[in-house]
Design a protein around this ligand. Structure first.
Ligand SMILES: [Fe+2]
Length: 181
């Protein structure tokens, strides 16, 4: 049975030291209604997907809301050594994991599902396979990171990129940001 939880509830849970299983189970059993996250949900016209900062505790963790346009995807990337959890808040996402130059897995996550990615030696790619619905995912990164590495499908590193946000703490940073209604 899932419990209705606010964004603040989720942040407070992570502020206390927890095991990976505790965090995973908490996110899995948390139902976060759209009224809680819609104020953070911005998507830029010029981007396939948009990252929105919800909460940042430097050196500890951050929560980010990502909006994925229908049929769009990101580059194969790593998390610069950080652990990652994501929970699907709307729609469905596909996640492909790569390890040592070969694709390791390919899995779809539906609304309410949670994924935990331990970042060691791992790169991945996410997409929104739906042709109509914008997907929305809540990401928890431990610790936060502001740069990551992009790879080609053969596992060769292409470049280091600095990560940007479309909005921070509910405030859009670009003129082409549109709030998801
Ligand atoms: Fe990622």
């Amino acid at each position: 049975m899932n419990s209705k939880r606010s964004i603040e509830d989720v942040i407070e849970f992570v502020q206390v030291k927890r095991t990976n299983k505790e965090v995973h189970d908490f996110l899995k059993t948390s139902c976060i209604p759209k009224s809680e996250w819609s104020k953070y949900a911005f998507i830029r016209h010029s981007e396939s997907y948009s990252r929105n900062l919800i909460h940042d505790e430097p050196g500890k963790f951050c929560f980010i809301l990502i909006c994925w346009k229908p049929g769009h995807y990101n580059a194969i990337h790593d998390h610069n050594g950080s652990d990652c959890y994501f929970k699907v808040l709307q729609g469905r996402v596909r996640e492909k994991q790569f390890q040592k130059q070969s694709q390791k897995s390919d899995k779809d996550y539906d609304e309410e599902e949670v994924c935990y990615l331990e970042s060691l030696n791992l790169s991945h790619q996410m997409s929104n396979p739906d042709s109509e619905t914008t997907a929305v995912t809540l990401h928890l990164y431990i610790p936060p990171f502001d740069k990551c590495h992009i790879y080609d499908p053969n596992g060769q590193q292409i470049e280091e990129v600095v990560l940007r946000y479309a909005s921070e703490l509910g405030k859009p940073l670009y003129e082409d940001c549109q709030q998801l209604l």
